[in-house]
Write a protein that binds this ligand. Sequence first.
Ligand SMILES: N[C@@H](Cc1ccc(O)cc1)C(=O)O
Length: 317
Amino acid sequence: MTSYSSSLLKLLDERGYIHQLTDAASLDALAQREIVPGYIGFDPTASSLHVGHLVSIMLLRRMQEAGHKPVVLMGGGTGKIGDPSFKDEARKLLDDETIASNVASIKRVFERFLKFGDGPTDAVMVNNADWLDRLQYMELLHDIGEHFTINRMMAFDSVKLRLGREQSLTFLEFNYMILQAYDFAELNRRLGCKLQLGGSDQWGNIVNGIELGRRRDGVELFGLTTPLLTTADGQKMGKSLGGAVWLNEDMLPRQQYYDFWRNSHNDDVTRFLRLFTDIPMAEIDGLEGAQGEELEEGKQLLAEAATTLCRGALPLQ
Ligand SMILES: N[C@@H](Cc1ccc(O)cc1)C(=O)O
């Protein structure tokens, strides 16, 4: 474990959110000096986010808890392409109407996890359609395309799956990385955003944004990725009910959401308590190695805390 000085990196480290980090020492110093606006993007590919997105959402919550500014980016522009990173096939393209209605219904869940407003550490929400839709193709090719080489873009692990003989990467999808890089530089210009967070599959996209900021604008940007979450029995997080575990109430009833957490694998309980609830570290540490009834109580604690966070408290009977 690395030792950090800023409350932000200490918190993220002890609760298990850090997989990779660019220039940890500088980010640590920056977070001690000033309020850091940090963003995560979510593409509106369905009408609700699912448990797989929850680490990212909690990460924004932790930013705010540590006194920094969370920026939620709705991918109204990038959602028209679909991120090819680590995907073995292209997404079905969505029409504008579907994207707009997905954005509208995804948005709501963030109000449960973040405090929005005009204050310095209040969360804000932006939509990259606001700047990507307006981009002129020649301008993009000239101003942005100049900073990217095909050689380097093809070297990222995230596109390897598609460069074999079986699947291919369309030219449309190949642009995704550039647009996400553009977003980061744009959010730096607009909101002073200096940090982009995301799942480990986002590393290539994030690093490209950092590079673009440095080359074009001479600014220092940072990236942080979270570990790819699998459950103790090796499954992808949130897929264990056969379908996705949706965050929106209209897509999955509260009881089923609760049961998903209540049925967590024994070996996942403390890790999930750290990642997905606000239960204090000392209390979670006390549950380490718990068995029998104590372990069951830990699962109940997890289910109650995680459900209340996402779905709100139940009214008093
Ligand atoms: N590519 C991200 C979403 C995203 C979109 C735009 C961004 O600027 C950042 C992130 C994903 O697939 O999860």
